[in-house]
Ligand binder design. Structure first.
Ligand code: NAD
Length: 428
């Protein structure tokens, strides 16, 4: 393998992981960010993103002289052969993806990109963005390749180095092959395609996952109303290889930094070409409804009203293993509880500051203290091992609402607590 000179623009979840992992594969990587403080922290070896193995890889790359951090894209691309764009593409006006960061990087570097270098877009962008970026670049010698990223927060390094697949799309085959070669050592199945198809893969995959979750949440609600147990139902469904076990867990609704914005963006992409994507619209609506159902359950557990009730929240991040709060379903549920007058205390192993009107405390017992209802919102493994007899003594009420079906109902029952799950009825 030839070591390549690579620039990575944006040092967030995707960019820092990409930079550190490509350096670990032997490439020379310069990572750039507009956030001066972030670059300074990274130069000092401080990684604030909670990702197993990431801080170690960053340290290793820096010590080996294969990884450095600079302020601003233009400082990174001077002698780059490949430039990865890993900048945010948040939800913009009307739900469409906001491409301002991508466009700003392109206008910053277009005249200084080395002859024959390749721009690779890893940010999640609507179909047609590679063509649009090419148009902005006005550089016939610099191809634009789409290489969507599929890593999951909490297992980002593992996912990057052990991908299910690599997708690389470009209308110039040779450029796609050169980008695919960067990953050759990973031995993953590789889909080489055109740019539009590569861009579509990412939205199609994320929206499918959102749909699967909305579907299972709806099935859970039906189970609850019909007296079936969703845990057995999903186990029975999941053995079917056409369905699979993953993403069949009901919960408080899906969220995080990707699914909400990507579902909205695909809806807008579809509308722009005159397609009424009602399946995706229903997926999004089912998700908002799920939050209402969860709040109704908590209200019932708290005695029929939330005003003045103390609710102890266990978990705030959008999923276990990360400290990312962006579009967290836990915070969405918390906001609805607060709107009805509940007093919220929360604990999350990755969060050490108050968030959105939630008093954040330093352990689960403090969150449960005097709580009328304890609610599990994120599936942190450590919640399974809590001392439930201590929680029973500390809490004012005796119902634990487990929105992730994460706890062992028997363990709670043994200590006089009542477990309310999702789609499984109430177990004492
Ligand atoms: P992030 O917010 O964690 O990081 C983005 C970084 O880019 C920030 O550090 C920001 O300061 C920097 N930045 C913004 N404008 C810049 C500019 N002009 N020049 C240089 N740096 C700039 O975002 P993220 O979660 O890493 O997501 C990045 C993209 O990857 C998004 O399109 C997202 O949809 C996609 N994606 C994210 C994930 C995920 O799990 N987070 C997974 C796959 C794909």
């Amino acid at each position: 393998m030839f070591a390549r000179r690579i620039a990575v623009i944006g040092t967030g979840y995707v960019g820092l992981t990409t930079g550190a992992c490509l350096a670990s594969l032997g490439h020379h990587v310069v990572c750039a960010d507009v956030d001066v403080a972030k670059v300074e922290r990274l130069r000092a070896g401080k990684v604030t993103i909670l990702e197993p193995g990431l801080a170690e890889l960053v340290a290793e790359g820096m010590a080996g002289g294969r990884l450095e951090f600079v302020v601003g894209a233009s400082a990174a691309v001077g002698d780059a052969e490949v430039v990865f764009l890993c900048v945010p593409t948040p939800m913009g006006q009307g739900g469409a993806a906001d491409l301002a960061a991508v466009e700003s990087v392109i206008s910053e570097v277009r005249t200084i990109l080395p002859v024959g270098s390749i721009v690779v877009n890893k940010s999640t962008v609507p179909v047609g963005t590679a063509a649009r970026v090419s148009g902005l670049l006005k550089r016939k010698d610099v191809p634009v390749v789409s290489n969507p990223e599929f890593l999951r927060e909490g297992t980002a390094v593992h996912d990057f180095l052990n991908p299910d697949r690599i997708v690389v799309g470009c209308d110039i085959q040779d450029a796609a092959e050169r980008v695919a070669a960067l990953y050759a050592r990973l031995g993953a199945p590789t889909v080489l395609t055109d740019a539009a198809s590569a861009e579509m893969v990412k939205y199609a995959a994320n929206c499918f996952l959102a749909m699967k979750l909305s579907y299972v949440n709806a099935i859970a609600e039906l189970c609850e109303r019909l007296g079936a147990d969703v845990a057995d139902v999903t186990e029975g469904m999941g053995y079917d290889r056409r369905i699979g076990q993953s993403f069949l867990q009901p919960g408080p609704g899906w969220g995080g930094s990707c699914l909400p914005k990507d579902t909205q963006a695909l809806l807008q992409v579809a509308a722009a070409v005159g397609y009424d994507f009602s399946l995706l619209q229903a997926t999004i609506e089912t998700n908002s409804h799920q939050r209402q159902l969860i709040v109704a359950k908590i209200r019932e557990a708290a005695g029929g009203r939330l005003r003045g009730r103390r609710i102890g929240l266990l978990g705030l991040a959008f999923k276990a293993g990360t400290n990312d709060l962006r579009d967290s379903p836990a915070l969405a549920v918390a906001a609805l509880l607060r709107a009805e007058g509940a007093e919220l205390t929360g604990y999350d192993p990755g969060i050490d500051h108050d968030v959105d009107g939630i008093r954040v405390v330093s352990d689960a017992y403090e969150a449960a203290k005097d709580a009328d209802t304890v609610v599990v919102l994120t599936e942190w493994p450590e919640f399974r091992g809590l001392d439930w007899s201590r929680i029973r003594e500390l809490a004012a009420g005796c119902v634990v609402v487990d929105t992730r079906n994460h706890l062992d109902p028997d363990a709670l029952g043994r200590h006089g607590l009542t477990w309310w799950g999702v789609g499984r009825g109430h177990l004492d």
